[in-house]
Design a protein around this ligand. Structure first.
Ligand SMILES: NC(=O)c1ccc[n+]([C@@H]2O[C@H](COP(=O)([O-])OP(=O)(O)OC[C@H]3O[C@@H](n4cnc5c(N)ncnc54)[C@H](OP(=O)(O)O)[C@@H]3O)[C@@H](O)[C@H]2O)c1
Length: 329
């Protein structure tokens, strides 16, 4: 079938942050470069804001995980919120001018630390109408990860006992809200400054990990959702699970002895890999617009200051998300 462009976009160059080598935050460099060309069933989006994720920092540093590493030079960034400037065919419901949010296909193709991104149609959905682009850009990857874990893996339900480590982070604050939305009893580990906020989000119990061993505070847990990349936390988490409980180790890498400990405890151990999901993005947008779920943006940076955002992320104490503002709304 012949594809048509509703309105060819005329911009040929764009501002972007690229890396030409792997390294620390300083390798992120501002450039002017050709805007991407839309292919096949992709939509071309004018990016208004881009979220910052751990996976971006991993790609920048060359920490090759299952996400793979991009060919260099590369535009990093997964999350974006923006406006469609080219859509793949005339009858497409995601038309030119529609505000969308979604995830870019990095490292396969150029990412969202740029004024334009071209992504598969199924990687975007209409952005939550009650959010600004800056707020919406904070949602996709973290919320899709949380949704996949809570809905597909944990199958959270009334009365289920869930322990989430790093409940105050980007993924964690969505996990707390989704699990509570489905009726689970949610315990979250966090530092004291985040305790009352996490209770507002739906946590029934907040454990101050800075002063208490969490295993003294919870037991008989159905599901542990571990968002802290710390072997000791992962190994100790097995102890709090009930027989037959599930441990979701979200960093999804090998931890020495973890599988053996899970086997010995009669627990199930799994990782998780987030993937673009238009249907889930649409549901998440509805939960946000209905007021059932909120997003917390900790700090907003200009595109060219993305290195500062990476440095802040590396400190490990972001509340919610960091976002790059790319254009005025
Ligand atoms: N597999 C996948 O598909 C996938 C997708 C997305 C993310 N991830 C991974 O999931 C993990 C979490 O990502 P994220 O973006 O949510 O991280 P993040 O936003 O950077 O997490 C920051 C939070 O971690 C908390 N924290 C730090 N140390 C802690 C500890 N020892 N115990 C409890 N909380 C602690 C901090 O809370 P306080 O300030 O209160 O200390 C802060 O709020 C990362 O490893 C990331 O790579 C995996």
């Amino acid at each position: 079938m012949k594809t048509t462009t509703e309105r060819p976009h005329e911009t040929t160059t764009m501002r972007a942050m690229v890396i030409t080598e792997n390294g620390g935050p300083d390798v992120l460099t501002a450039v002017s470069m050709p805007a991407p060309t839309r292919l096949g069933s992709e939509v071309l989006v004018r990016v208004m804001a881009a979220g910052v994720n751990a996976i971006d920092a991993d790609a920048r540093a060359g920490r090759v995980g299952s996400c793979g590493s991009p060919d260099l030079p590369a535009v990093l960034g997964c999350d974006f919120s923006g406006v469609v400037v080219e859509s793949p065919y005339a009858a497409c419901s995601i038309k030119v001018g529609v505000e969308v949010y979604g995830v870019a296909s990095t490292p396969r193709s150029a990412g969202s630390y740029a004024e334009y991104v071209s992504v598969p149609l199924l990687s975007v959905a209409r952005k939550p109408s009650t959010l600004s682009h800056v707020e919406a850009a904070a949602v996709p990857l973290a919320a899709l990860t949380a949704w996949g874990i809570v809905v597909d893996v944990a199958k959270s339900h009334e009365g289920q006992r869930v322990l989430v480590h790093a409940g105050a982070g980007g993924v964690g604050h969505f996990v707390v809200q989704f699990a509570a939305y489905f009726g689970a009893h949610v315990a979250a580990t966090a530092s004291p400054r985040n305790a009352s906020w996490l209770r507002q989000l739906g946590a029934a119990q907040v454990i101050d990990y800075t002063s208490l061993p969490f295993e003294d505070e919870v037991t008989g847990v159905d599901v542990v959702i571990d968002l802290v990349d710390d072997d000791d936390v992962a190994l100790r988490s097995i102890e709090v699970l009930r027989l037959g409980g599930t441990m979701v180790h979200v960093p999804t890498r090998e931890v020495a002895g973890l599988q053996d400990r899970a086997d010995a405890a009669g627990a199930r151990l799994t990782g998780y890999e987030v993937a673009p999901d238009q249907a889930a993005l649409a549901i998440i947008a509805r939960l946000i617009d209905s007021g059932d779920v909120t997003v917390y943006v900790d700090e907003v940076y200009d595109l060219e200051d993305v290195a500062d955002a990476h440095r802040r992320l590396a400190q490990g104490h972001t509340r919610g998300k960091l976002v790059l503002k790319i254009a005025d709304e």
